[in-house]
Design a protein around this ligand. Structure first.
Ligand code: ADE
Length: 425
């Protein structure tokens, strides 16, 4: 481990050159972020602001971090999942002067130690994926909240919990729901999770998907993305749901819907994408076929009950990277990928750069907006704040332009027509 107090703690600083090449690769696929970097490095709207961030340390995140720094921010960073940090990227960021505390394979104590270190700089802005940093401020360092003008939250799970906190009047500062931007959830959650989860499963197993019974628990945006991509590779997709409208959508997409109790008996591959705990538990493991593969793509590692699996096992061994074979007392084997943590980030590299380009443009612009409000003396209530319509359209517009697409514009007459409530047939 390489540790310089107040600067960084990373696995191996010598990995920095490898990490830098991968960051450059991401930069070449993130034109929106690079356009924003170019624009705001001139005006430095984040000068004088200190941002503590807690988000997966990947090559795409490095592009976000370095864009925030070029806009003038001082940064301290930690990963938001013990298994998602890419050590070469952490090293490259550290070598380039980012304060960072992150390494792959942290235990829970090390995970929270790292978050605590990012708070040593007394931030005025927070940036989260999963809200662990915000929760740490609220539960352990409440005094720091007096200094914090706002935060941003990346993920469905985090936003859901923050809305619950705000409803209970427990939230101490405003937080922008980055997840709820259309240019985030409608792309990252669907196409990002879809591709990267399949990528994780394939890297950890190398199995053929065609012809497999592929069970997707949860048909939200993430589950839908995974189901679409698995079907595209020839799997028979089975969806389990609790929400009637989501289940109905799954059936109209051509997927079979059934309860997990039934799916457990016939699934070859299981993936959880619900944001809820105990989706696969003892009674399901008991029914599974020999050779079943199980993984999770939800934010926390609680969707698969690993304690149950541990109790049921006769023996366990690692058969490949991120793939553990559990042999049951009756001789059946089930394979757990990435210890039940996010399979797309722990066993692969997370979502591709092209979608993170838009998600992180939302993060970046939301941080700038919070700083701008502060400069103008505007105090926001401690609530969860939506992304403005204009921000979504601006990001989508830049993305389309960088992809070489042009679109039509409404004429003045068409605009008048749209609002004309006296018009009919
Ligand atoms: N979440 C999902 N994919 C990611 C990525 N590539 N970088 C950061 N956070 C992510």
């Amino acid at each position: 481990m390489d540790y310089k107090k107040g600067k960084y703690k990373v696995r191996d600083i010598k990995l920095a050159d490898d990490g830098r090449k991968r960051i450059e690769w991401a930069e070449s696929r993130m034109p929106v972020m690079m356009a924003l970097r170019e624009k705001y490095s001139k005006t430095k709207p984040l000068k004088g602001f200190k941002i503590a961030g807690c988000l997966h340390v990947t090559k795409e995140t490095a592009v976000l971090v370095e864009t925030l720094r070029s806009a003038g921010a001082q940064i301290s960073w930690s990963g938001c999942n013990p298994l998602s940090t890419q050590d070469d990227i952490a090293a490259a960021l550290a070598k380039n002067g980012t304060e960072i505390y992150a390494w792959h394979g942290q235990n829970v104590k090390e995970f929270y130690w790292s978050i605590d270190r990012t708070l040593d700089m007394k931030p005025n802005l927070t940036l989260d994926d999963g809200a662990d940093l915000i929760f740490t401020v609220h539960n352990k360092h409440r005094k720091l909240a007096e200094n914090i003008i706002g935060g941003t939250e990346e993920t469905t799970t985090g936003v859901h919990r923050l809305r619950a906190m705000a409803a209970d009047k427990k939230l101490l500062y405003p937080v922008v729901a980055v997840n709820d931007a259309e240019t985030k959830w409608d792309f990252d959650n669907v196409y990002g999770t879809g591709q990267s989860s399949i990528d994780g499963i394939l890297r950890a197993t190398s199995v053929l998907l065609a012809g497999k019974n592929f069970v997707v628990a949860g048909f939200g945006h993430c589950g839908r993305g995974v189901a679409m991509r698995a079907a595209g590779m020839g799997a028979n997709v089975i969806v389990t749901e609790v929400k009637p409208t989501a289940a109905l959508k799954a059936t109209l997409e051509g997927f079979t819907v059934m309860p997990m109790d039934q799916a457990a008996k016939i699934g070859d591959i299981f993936i959880t994408a619900t944001g809820v705990k105990d989706i696969i538990i003892k009674k399901h493991f008991d029914k599974m076929r020999d050779g079943a593969i199980i993984c999770n793509t939800g934010h926390y590692d609680c969707e698969i009950n690993i304690e149950d699996l541990e109790k049921l096992k006769k023996s366990k061994r690692t058969v490949r990277a991120n793939n553990e074979e559990y042999t049951m007392k009756d001789g059946r084997r089930v394979y757990l990928l990435a210890q039940g943590r996010l399979v797309n980030l722990a066993a692969a590299e997370g979502h591709p750069s092209e979608v993170m380009d838009m998600s992180f443009a939302n993060q970046f612009m939301s941080q700038i907006r919070l700083a701008q409000y502060d400069k103008e003396g505007i105090r926001l209530d401690p609530e969860v704040i939506d992304i403005p319509f204009e921000q979504d359209q601006e990001i989508a517009g830049i993305k389309l332009k960088t992809m070489g697409y042009k679109i039509d514009r409404l004429t003045k007459e068409q605009k008048v027509y749209m609002d004309d409530y006296s018009a009919g047939t």
